[in-house]
Design a protein around this ligand. Structure first.
Ligand code: ZN
Length: 123
């Protein structure tokens, strides 16, 4: 039997912009529950990421000093590369990044419909 690896995340403990460690959690959840689970499962992938994300949590935080909002847990460089080389096609990446240019999206992570995407990258 083949053992399934688990994606590795690293945790940001300070604000990307001002370096403050006063981070307020806006929303959190698991990759394998709720709407996020549904669209990860339904999306077309190369190598399917769901088994690697099982049981893992995402956490979206805001800096209380400057207001910047970002994902606290990001894939390690090794896993981020895997994400782009195996999980997603170039076409999908472009569509995905376009969507992330809108600030409104940043606060809707928890209310995703199945057609939306999620971001765990270091942007
Ligand atoms: Zn800040």
């Amino acid at each position: 039997m083949k053992e399934v690896e688990t994606a590795a995340f690293s945790e940001r403990t300070a604000c990307l912009s001002c370096g403050s460690n006063k981070l307020l959690e806006l929303s959190t959840g698991r990759f394998d529950e709720g709407a996020l689970k549904t669209f990860i499962e339904e999306d077309p992938w190369g190598e399917h990421p769901a088994p690697f994300l099982r049981g893992q949590r995402w956490s979206y935080v805001a800096c209380q000093d400057c207001g910047l909002a970002f994902h606290r847990n990001i894939l390690t460089p090794e896993w981020n590369e895997r994400r782009f080389s195996k999980w997603m096609s170039q076409e999908e990446i472009e569509a995905f990044e376009k969507r992330f240019k809108t600030p409104a999206y940043e606060f809707s992570v928890i209310d995703q419909t199945s057609s939306d995407r999620w971001d765990i990258s270091d942007t």
